[in-house]
Design a protein around this ligand. Structure first.
Ligand code: GUN
Length: 293
């Protein structure tokens, strides 16, 4: 059996063009273009690339972006002061503090300073708390987990009653995606480095979300035939045959797992492109909230 691909490039493009249309109508109705502020502390090269991509994506859908770079030596107070300044700026609808922050800064304290109605990453403790509670709704859903859910919807996966296994319990992906799957009435198991007999637990999954950051860890014989596999991992592995000297692989051994699963996301081109698409959607929503809509 060969799995069907869940195409993140195509789905992300659909989301981005919807947002672009909404922004055009918004501006035509006399509103200012939605604005996203990005805060980058330090010079982590991967974070620099992500932030640039986010700014470029804003421009492509007609949104403003405002980039703020602080040195790695910035103090807690300096970072928090910048966030407070952005909270007060009406041109800024969404605030994104790129993570991880350099060692020594208290991430939770910084995220807590972001005005909840501008928390387009959905990482404010109040947003996450609401995500975790029955009958409450967060204002924003974290972008990568949100993208995973849109891809599952795109593939027509029935989550209610399904057994879902999440590999990884990070604040950015594993934990929030587990909470979203619970909200969608799946029965969810979260696995991590201390999980015993991981392969046997994974083999139970109708829906598997791998977000563990270990190249090709999930093998073909770990996966239940007919499962749906969402691979969040983006790992560099050495490959002398490539001009760059490396290639990108997921947390799932794609060539093996595609023979067993019913649906699978490729890497690259699966979850990756969805993160920025969902950020744009959240930023547009933030502009609506700011306008009382
Ligand atoms: N670092 C890795 N992923 C993300 C993300 O989605 N948002 C932010 N702010 N930082 C990240």
């Amino acid at each position: 059996m060969s799995a069907q691909l869940i195409d993140g490039v195509k789905t992300a493009e659909k989301v981005r063009s919807q947002v672009k249309e909404e922004v055009a109508k918004w501006v035509a109705a006399g509103h200012t273009a939605p604005g996203l502020a990005t805060v980058l502390v330090g010079e982590n090269p991967a974070s620099q690339v992500y932030v640039r991509s986010k700014q470029k994506a804003c421009a492509e859908v007609g949104m403003e972006s405002f980039g703020f770079n602080l040195p790695a030596t910035a103090t807690q107070t300096e970072v928090e002061d910048l966030v407070r300044q952005l909270n007060a700026d009406p041109k800024v609808n969404g605030i994104l503090v790129q993570l991880p922050l350099p060692a020594g800064l208290d991430e939770e304290k910084v995220l807590r300073e972001i005005a909840i109605e501008k928390d387009v990453d959905g990482f404010h403790p109040l947003n996450i708390g609401r995500l975790a509670q029955k009958g409450r709704d967060p204002l924003f859903i974290p972008c990568t987990p949100y993208g995973c859910m849109v891809l599952l919807e795109e593939a027509g996966v029935k989550l209610s009653g399904a057994k879902a296994v999440v590999l990884g319990r990070s604040n950015i992906v594993g934990m929030p995606v587990a909470l979203l799957l619970i909200r969608a009435d799946a029965t969810v198991t979260v696995c991590h480095s201390r999980t015993k007999d991981l392969a046997a637990v994974v083999r139970e999954a109708d829906v598997l979300v791998a977000a563990i950051g270990k190249p090709e860890m999930v093998r073909g014989d770990w996966v239940k035939p007919g499962a749906v596999v969402i691979d969040v991992g983006i790992n560099r592995v050495d490959d002398a045959s490539k001009a760059k000297g490396y290639r990108l692989v997921g947390d799932v051994a794609f060539d093996e797992v595609k023979e067993v699963a019913a649906w699978i996301t490729p890497v690259p081109g699966g979850v990756g492109p969805m993160t920025i698409a969902m950020l744009l959607k959240n930023t547009f929503r933030a502009a609506q909230i700011a306008a009382g809509q």
